[in-house]
Design a protein around this ligand. Structure first.
Ligand code: C2E
Ligand code: MG
Ligand code: MG
Ligand code: MG
Length: 282
């Protein structure tokens, strides 16, 4: 009997593993299909300086699977990274971003903005990444100085020379780097000096409690002081309340983004809302 039960359990596991594999294959197929159909859409969340002037936007991807079916990146980025689809997806995001930057050049408002794109460690790991980005800049005619790449501390667990070499190659084109979700990973602060970074982003989790918790307030103050010493710009993310904004402004934070200031908007809506001349909406 025990043997029979064991076989039953083994069969059960085989079947559930098979189901999981089938689901993954189906999801991968759906993503590939979505990529070829242009279902991965760019949203832009505005970023403002301490005086409330628009300085740029963060590009955030969403999957428009159907008219009323918009899927957030938390549901597919991890899978895209495991399956390798992050490479074509990341290329699509960069290409669409650069096309926007190229279109915006003649607009007196949009032409001054920087767009920040989230780049996965899987993209940075690829030796051809810098030349792929250079090819996209060439192909679209985007001004490289308006493009910023957001990395997370996880890239610093990779081979330091390779990553820093790739960053320098991209930096030589004028592209800048921002360190996303700063303080939530476990990197040594020494990395801040060793890599060509321009900006730190204070993670939402610290910003959330900044006006109610002394510990979070001290961490945010310390990050701002550190960024100043290292001559890095600072962006606070996830600003939802006036008390948080006011704390950050008085603490010397140079820029911020969050639902209080602006939600992520579809790229075309962002262009329409913020352009001086109504680019693309003639
Ligand atoms: P992230 O880069 O830290 O992006 C910020 C996230 O915080 C975005 O969520 C944004 O919508 C959300 N957010 C902004 N302001 C507020 C606020 O005031 N309150 C709250 N509660 N949330 C706010 P989203 O768009 O769901 O993106 C989640 C993550 O997905 C991003 O985190 C980024 O790591 C990843 N991601 C998004 N787009 C891409 C992409 O094109 N490529 C890659 N590799 N990752 C991406
Ligand atoms: Mg980001
Ligand atoms: Mg972030
Ligand atoms: Mg975050």
């Amino acid at each position: 009997r025990a043997k029979a039960d064991g076989r039953g359990i083994a069969r059960f596991f085989d079947r559930s593993m098979q189901d999981a594999a089938d689901r993954r294959a189906a999801f991968e197929g759906a993503m590939r299909n979505g990529l070829s159909l242009g279902q991965f859409r760019l949203f832009c969340q505005p970023q403002f300086d301490a005086r409330g002037r628009l300085r740029g936007a963060e590009v955030l991807v969403r999957w428009q699977r159907g008219e009323h079916d918009l899927i957030g990146p938390e549901h597919f980025i991890g899978f895209a990274e495991e399956s390798g689809l992050i490479l074509p997806l990341g290329e699509h995001v960069l290409n669409e971003t650069c096309r926007a930057l190229a279109r915006w050049q003649d607009d007196s408002t949009l032409g001054r903005l920087k767009l920040a794109v989230n780049v996965s460690v899987h993209q940075m790991r690829h030796p051809d990444f810098p030349s792929a980005v250079a090819g996209i800049l060439d192909g679209t005619g985007a001004p490289a100085g308006r493009l910023c790449l957001e990395l997370t501390e996880s890239v610093f667990a990779e081979d330091m020379h390779e990553i820093s070499g790739r960053m320098h190659q991209l930096r030589a084109h004028g592209i800048c780097f921002s360190l996303d979700d700063f303080g939530t990973g476990y990197s040594s602060l020494a990395y801040l000096k060793r890599f060509p970074l321009s900006e730190l982003k204070i993670d939402r989790s610290f910003v959330r409690d900044v006006s109610t918790d002394a510990g979070s307030a001290s961490i945010v103050e310390a990050i701002i002081a550190l960024a100043r010493k290292l001559k890095l710009d600072i962006v606070a993310e996830g600003v939802e309340h006036e008390a948080q904004r006011s704390f950050l402004v008085h603490g010397g934070c140079s820029s911020m983004q969050g639902f209080l200031l602006g939600r992520p908007l579809p790229l075309a809506e962002f262009e329409h809302q913020y352009s001086a001349a109504g680019v693309g909406h003639a």
